[in-house]
Design a protein around this ligand. Structure first.
Ligand code: UGA
Length: 453
């Protein structure tokens, strides 16, 4: 099928590359010429494992373009542009409406499925449809009689495992009020639904993955599924973090508690990792949007609001724990291990590290930091924060009064912690992700602080 994808961020690029790999003819469109030039040269604007490899493999079916010309005869157009939060917390839909108008102006065929892949507020499908039709009518001077149908196809990929999640999803959700549009999307995703493609050697099909369940539903339900899924996962993390606080008081081990409850299949072991809580571009934004949408209908969402509050508190706990241990923070040197909001990405959006660094600096600390991948981005995006960037974890340890593990990169688990201790002013480590081997660290003389339990 001929597919256009507008927006080459995590979602758009991953979707485009995967569909190209499956044999569809894909054009990835982005107004950022720099990104397009990079992609044409076989490079990627984001860090995502195996993305360059898959781009190389899908290359015969992929093109990258700075304008909307490919929309002309497309069969499916995905809108995967950013919907960043505006100052009042509601998503900024400027790029979404630009994309919708661009589609309407450039399309000349009989039937195009316009797919909302960006996380859009519930009800946006209808709005996008009217923008596309208005732009078509203004540009072509004739009515858009059934030329367009809008569908929602929410994305469930996680950064860092984006390609794996796209090729081997737990489910595919498509929503539209038009049956023909649903049929088109069904055909598009057939190789994934039936798992008939040959898996790339570097992304082998996990054992036991068979046919992928398809949820084919109406537009509003598909839009709500996305929010409800993210809010549930965010709540699950906040729940374990709340239990973690009690675990600490009663002397229980939160990792054991998480395992003990997670092995109940009704609960599940995933997303029960206690720590400093969630960051990233999705959970914070989507839970805020869900609460805001409910408010428009005079509904409150106390569970989701509590999940947000607990997540905020976890970041304060880092400062409180360090204060409790060091007694005075003013003039102390604190080393942060990890800046990205989670491992295997260089994404810093809503990263707890930023908040924590800011709070510590406000308290008069000198903050040093390292990240295996996100350091360059951090230096570019936060030049005024006042954090001293270090090229190695050992450099962070030099003369530090305490270290805080913020992102659980594998490299940090495997550090020579004996050497780390020897370089510090006082060997204190706050394990913000409950990811380090406490007994081993204590053997090397560390005072080990857990964030929970
Ligand atoms: C999340 C969802 O997991 C995806 O399904 C969804 O498609 C995506 O948002 C989106 O809406 O685009 P992502 O934000 O990439 O994906 O990353 P996650 O792996 O979900 O992690 C989010 C945050 O939660 C990270 O800061 C992570 O460190 C934290 N986390 C995760 C925990 O604190 N504990 C856990 O047990 C799991």
């Amino acid at each position: 099928m001929r597919v256009s994808i507008i927006g080459t961020g995590y979602v758009g690029l991953t979707t485009g590359v995967c569909l190209g790999f499956l044999g569809h003819k894909v054009t990835c469109i982005d107004s950022d010429e720099g990104k397009i030039a990079l992609l044409r040269a076989g490079k990627t604007p984001i860090y995502e494992p195996f993305l360059t490899e898959l781009i190389a493999e899908a290359r015969p079916n992929l093109s990258f373009c700075g304008d909307y010309s490919a929309i002309r005869d497309a069969e499916v157009a995905f809108i995967a542009v950013g919907t960043p939060p505006s100052t009042d917390g509601s998503p900024d839909l400027r790029y979404l409406s630009e994309a919708a108008r661009g589609i309407g102006q450039h399309y000349v065929g009989d039937f195009l499925v316009v797919v909302n892949k960006s996380t859009v507020p519930i009800g946006s499908g209808n709005w996008v449809g009217s923008l596309v039709r208005d732009a078509y009518e203004q540009h072509h001077g004739r009515k858009a009689n059934g030329n367009f149908s809008v569908a929602s196809n929410p994305e469930f990929l996680r950064e860092g495992t984006a390609l794996h999640d796209s090729l081997y999803p737990d489910r595919v959700v498509i929503g539209s009020d038009n049956n023909r549009a649903l049929q088109v999307l069904y055909s598009l995703y057939r190789p994934i639904l039936d798992q008939t493609f040959t898996a790339p050697t570097y992304l082998p099909r996990p054992e036991g993955v068979g046919a992928v369940p398809l949820i084919s539903t109406d537009l509003a339900s598909a839009e709500l599924i996305k929010y409800a899924a993210n809010a549930f996962l965010a709540t699950k993390i906040s729940y374990i973090n709340e239990i973690g606080q009690l675990a600490e008081k009663v002397g229980a081990d939160i990792s054991q508690v998480a395992k003990g409850i997670g092995l109940d299949a009704r609960i599940g072991t995933r997303f029960l990792q206690a720590g400093i809580g969630w960051g990233g571009s999705c959970f914070g934004k989507d839970t805020a949007a869900l609460v805001a949408t409910a408010r428009e209908y005079n509904l409150s969402m106390p569970i989701v609001e509590a999940a947000r509050e607990i997540n905020r508190r976890q970041r304060d706990r880092v400062v409180e724990k360090l204060l409790g241990e060091l007694k005075i923070l003013k003039g102390r040197t604190i080393g942060l291990l990890g800046l990205a909001f989670k491992p295997n990405t260089d994404d810093l959006r809503e990263a707890p590290a930023i908040d924590i660094a800011r709070k510590l600096i406000e308290r008069g600390c000198k903050v040093k930091a390292h990240d295996p991948v996100a350091l360059d981005r951090f230096e570019r995006e936060y030049p005024g924060l006042g954090v001293v960037c270090c090229d190695s974890p050992e450099e962070v340890a030099d003369e530090a009064d305490a270290l805080a593990l913020i992102t659980e990169w594998q490299d940090y688990r495997e550090l020579d912690w004996e050497v780390m201790a020897s370089r510090m002013r006082s060997p204190i480590v706050l394990d913000g992700r409950n990811a380090l081997d406490r007994a081993r660290l204590e053997r090397f003389g560390f005072r080990y602080l857990a964030i929970a339990g």
